[in-house]
Design a protein around this ligand. Structure first.
Ligand SMILES: *[C@@H]1O[C@H](CO)[C@@H](O)[C@H](O)[C@H]1NC(C)=O
Ligand SMILES: *[C@@H]1O[C@H](CO)[C@@H](O)[C@H](O)[C@H]1NC(C)=O
Ligand SMILES: *[C@@H]1O[C@H](CO)[C@@H](O)[C@H](O)[C@H]1NC(C)=O
Length: 313
């Protein structure tokens, strides 16, 4: 059993719903919920959350060079997060050896990253081919970030892939395909799920290379794809309603997925469903706490990871 006394998180977060994925992990390790790294007067003795709203794997300059700067709306990338981690080191440790020891006892949750990188072309209305062109760069960016964390002393990392984007009300609303373009049982957009699958396959291959290069380091692949497909095909297993993709919080009557770009959750015209526990999609973009909870358990115990985070030895 690996004893991890700190959880250091580099994650993309648009709002607090994403943070819910970390609640079961922190609780299972007997840890407090982690303060945001920029919180004033917070205790970072047991870790910190480096999430940035809308964070991309790649720096903004990458998108600017491709004329996609306008559709990136974050204040930093994975590399900003890693710099913030370096800046915060005096709160964790003071000497090189102390820092090595501290990071060796920490779990690094690196992502999910990449979703927002691909949103740069997709939300600008570009073809999926443009997003395909980004995959090698995005995967290299994540891989570089993981290596920077290893250089800081990380020994336990979980690197999640992306979710099946074709199942999400936001993409289902923006891209309408002919009938044969949808999964007959899931109702998801097949070509978007294929895209997500390809990213994940390339990421897993990159992680294999990193494992070979850094034998003393444990790198777990966190699967977001399989659980979301299961939420749709076997909803009863998780306590979810059996229904096509549908946001819990959205604009009733204004779109087939309870989602409308002009009345998103939190905006006038949108209301939450009565029991979010029965839905896996919170606002058409993010998952519900219940869904994140099932996924976090699957990462910890191995059902949704290529090896469980918690290992007995
Ligand atoms: C800062 O933290 C200390 C110790 O927890 C507490 O006593 C103090 O009130 C806090 N100060 C502010 C400004 O929150
Ligand atoms: C590092 O040193 C500073 C100054 O002595 C101290 O305030 C801080 O608590 C130390 N950090 C740790 C993690 O021991
Ligand atoms: C979204 O809401 C607007 C304003 O109510 C409406 O005009 C539009 O048709 C809705 N979109 C869909 C897909 O229903």
């Amino acid at each position: 059993m690996v004893l991890l006394s700190h959880v250091l998180v580099a994650s993309w977060v648009r709002d607090s719903t994403d943070l819910a994925s970390l609640v079961p992990a922190a609780q299972e390790f007997g840890l407090p919920l982690l303060p945001p790294s920029k919180a004033k007067n917070a205790s970072f003795a047991q870790g910190a959350n480096f999430a940035i709203t809308g964070a991309t794997a790649l720096d903004t300059e990458f998108f600017e060079k491709r004329g996609l700067g306008k559709s990136v709306w974050n204040s930093g990338s994975l590399f900003t997060q890693i710099q913030w981690l370096r800046d915060l080191k005096p709160s964790f440790c003071n000497s090189t050896q102390e820092c090595k020891d501290f990071f060796a006892k920490s779990l690094f949750v690196v992502g999910e990253l990449a979703g927002n990188d691909y949103n740069a072309p997709l939300f600008a209305g570009k073809d999926l081919r443009e997003a395909y062109n980004l995959i090698p760069h995005v995967v290299q960016g994540i891989s570089d970030g993981v290596e920077q964390l290893i250089a800081e002393g990380a020994k336990d990392l979980i690197v999640p892939g992306v979710m099946p984007s074709g199942c999400f009300p936001v993409y289902l609303s923006m891209y309408v395909d002919p009938k044969e373009g949808y999964g007959p049982r899931s109702g998801c957009l097949k070509r978007f799920n294929t895209f997500s699958w390809v990213h994940n396959a390339m990421l897993k291959r990159a992680l294999e290379k990193l494992r070979a290069k850094h034998p003393g380091v444990r790198i777990v692949y966190g699967d977001y794809f399989t659980p979301v497909i299961q939420f749709l095909l076997q909803p009863e297993k998780f306590g979810f309603h059996k229904q096509p993709p549908r946001a819990c919080c959205g604009a009733p009557g204004k779109g087939p997925y309870n989602f409308n770009l002009t009345a998103k959750c939190g905006e006038p015209g949108a209301t939450p469903c009565a029991d979010p526990k029965t839905h896996w999609s919170w606002d058409g973009i993010h998952l519900t706490e219940a869904a994140y909870g099932h996924i976090a358990k699957g990462w910890l115990h191995g059902e949704f990871a290529d090896q469980p985070i918690i290992q007995s030895s």
